[in-house]
Design a protein around this ligand. Structure first.
Ligand code: AMP
Length: 420
C-alpha cells in the first residue's frame, strides 16, 4: 500500500471540524479588522524565496522543495507566505490605489525539516500582513489581533515575546561586534553557526543547539544598541502593550529565522507543545518591498502555525462539532424511498439529515442514529405510511410524538427548529 509522504499528514473528519472552527474564528476576526483575503500560488520561482527569506537561512539552505520544470526553470513550493504576498503587491501595483493594504491568507506551506511532533513538512499557516504603515501602531494592531484570536480560541498557556532587530542604521555595527565576539568562542559553536557567524551572526542567538546557547551566556543584545528611531519605535510598541494590558516578555534572543525582518519581531510561545514552542511569529520587514523591486513601502506581518494552534485550542467538542438534527429510520423499500426524498428536501433547506441506504433492522438503525449523535429520529415503516403518520423521537428526552406525513417536511422542520 502506498503511504503518505513522511512529514505530510491527513486531517481527518473528527479533526477537520476543529480546523474549520479555528479558520472561521480567524476569518471573522480578520474581517472585523478589515483585512482582505489574498490567495497566492502554492509554487513560485525559487529566486523569490532565495532573495527575500535570505540565502543563509535554514529554509533556503536546506528546507525548500525545489524542482526544475521542463523549461529548466527552478520552482519552489512555498515555504512561507510573505514573499509571495509582497510579489503580488508589487506585481499588481496595489500600492498605486492605496499603499496601505491589509491582507490575510490561510493555506499550506512546505519545508523539508526533520519531522517530529509539531513540525511537519507540509504544515498550514494563518497569515496577516499590513503594507504601507511605518507607524508602530501597525505592530501593535497585529499583536492585538494575535492575542484576541488566542483569547477567542481559549488558548491560555501562551506568552507574547517581543524584540527589536534594528534597521540598516544600527544593525551593522552590532553585527560586527557580535561577529568579533563569536570569533572568540567559535570552537564552542556548532558547525552551522561557525559557517554562518560572519554572514548572519544574529542566527547564532536563537540556535537551538545547547552548546551554542552556552557559548555566550549573556550575549550583547541588539535592543541595547538601537538607533534613536528604532528605540522610539520599540518603546511605542511596548508602551501600547502596557496600556492595553497585554502581558509580554522582551526576549533579547528572539531573532526569527528569516533575514528580511527589521525593527519589531514577535512570537507567541507556549509551554504546551514541548520543543516546538512557537505558535506564531512575525515582524516588520520595511526593506523587503523595495528589495523585491517595488516602491519603498514599509510592511509587517505574522504567521500562525495552524497545526500547532489546533493542538492547543481550549475548545471542547461541543463548541465546534455540530450534532446531527435528524436521522430517518426507514423500514421497507417504500419507506426508504420516501426517507430519501425527505433527506434531500431537508438538506436543501439546510437541515442536516441522514438515513440508512441499505435494508437494516430498526435496532441497527437506532444504533447508527446514536453513533451519529442524532438529536431526533423519524421512524417510518409500512404501517406508518398506511396510517399517514410517522413517529418523531427526541433522543435526549426519549419522548416521541406523531407527525402527519402530509406536509412532513414543514412539520419536521418546525419540530427541529423549536428544539434548537
Ligand atoms: P515562520 O514562518 O518560520 O516564522 O513560522 C511561523 C509559525 O509557523 C511558527 O511559529 C510555527 O507555529 C509554524 N511552523 C513553522 N514551521 C513549521 C513546521 N515545519 N511544522 C509546523 N508548524 C510550523
Amino acid at each position: 500500500m502506498i503511504q503518505l509522504i513522511r512529514g505530510f499528514k491527513d486531517i481527518l473528519p473528527g479533526e477537520s471540524e476543529l480546523w474549520q472552527y479555528i479558520e472561521k474564528t480567524a476569518v471573522d476576526l480578520f474581517q472585523s479588522f478589515r483585512y482582505n483575503e489574498i490567495r497566492i500560488p502554492i509554487m513560485e520561482k525559487t529566486a523569490l524565496f532565495a532573495r527575500s527569506i535570505g540565502e543563509t537561512t535554514d529554509i533556503v539552505e536546506k528546507e525548500m522543495y525545489t524542482l526544475e520544470d521542463r523549461k529548466k526553470d527552478l520552482l519552489t513550493l512555498r515555504p512561507e507566505a510573505t514573499a509571495s504576498i509582497v510579489r503580488s503587491y508589487i506585481q499588481h501595483k496595489m500600492y498605486a490605489t492605496d499603499p496601505v493594504q491589509k491582507f490575510y491568507m490561510i493555506g499550506p506551506m512546505f519545508r523539508r525539516e526533520r519531522p517530529q511532533k509539531g513540525r511537519y513538512r507540509q504544515f498550514y499557516q494563518i497569515d496577516a500582513e499590513i503594507f504601507g504603515v511605518a507607524s508602530p501602531l501597525a505592530d501593535v494592531e497585529l499583536i492585538v489581533l494575535l492575542n484576541t484570536l488566542m483569547e477567542r480560541l481559549n488558548v491560555t498557556d501562551v506568552e507574547v515575546h517581543v524584540n527589536s532587530l534594528g534597521c540598516p542604521e544600527c544593525r551593522p555595527a552590532y553585527k560586527e561586534a557580535l561577529t568579533t565576539l563569536l570569533n572568540g568562542v567559535s570552537d564552542k559553536l556548532c558547525a552551522n553557526c561557525v559557517r554562518r557567524k560572519d554572514k548572519n551572526p544574529l542566527r547564532v542567538l536563537d540556535c537551538k543547539v545547547p552548546a551554542c546557547q552556552d557559548a555566550m551566556e549573556d550575549p550583547p543584545a541588539l535592543i541595547d544598541h538601537l538607533c534613536d528611531a528604532c528605540s522610539d519605535h520599540f518603546n511605542t510598541v511596548t508602551g501600547w502593550l502596557d496600556r492595553l494590558k497585554i502581558p509580554y516578555t522582551v526576549n533579547k534572543r528572539l531573532v526569527r529565522g528569516l533575514d528580511y525582518y527589521t525593527r519589531t519581531a514577535f512570537e507567541i510561545q507556549t509551554g504546551a507543545l514541548g520543543a516546538q514552542s512557537a505558535v506564531a511569529g512575525g515582524g516588520r520587514y520595511d526593506g523587503l518591498v523595495s528589495a523585491l523591486g517595488g516602491p519603498d513601502q514599509p510592511a509587517i506581518g505574522f504567521a500562525i502555525g495552524f497545526d500547532r494552534l489546533a493542538e492547543i485550542v481550549g475548545q471542547s467538542d461541543a463548541d465546534y462539532r455540530k450534532p446531527l438534527p435528524l436521522f430517518i429510520a426507514a423500514l421497507g423499500a417504500t419507506a426508504r424511498d420516501k426517507a430519501f426524498d425527505w433527506c434531500l428536501s431537508l438538506g436543501r433547506l439546510g437541515i442536516g439529515c441522514e438515513m440508512e441506504y441499505a435494508e437494516k433492522s430498526l435496532k441497527s438503525q437506532m444504533k447508527k442514529a446514536n453513533r451519529l449523535n442524532a438529536q431526533s429520529v423519524l421512524i417510518v415503516g409500512d404501517a406508518e405510511i398506511e396510517n399517514g403518520e410517522a413517529v418523531l423521537r427526541n433522543m435526549a428526552s426519549k419522548t416521541q410524538q406523531s407527525v402527519p406525513l402530509e406536509n412532513l417536511i414543514e412539520n419536521v422542520a418546525k419540530a427541529i427548529n423549536e428544539r434548537s
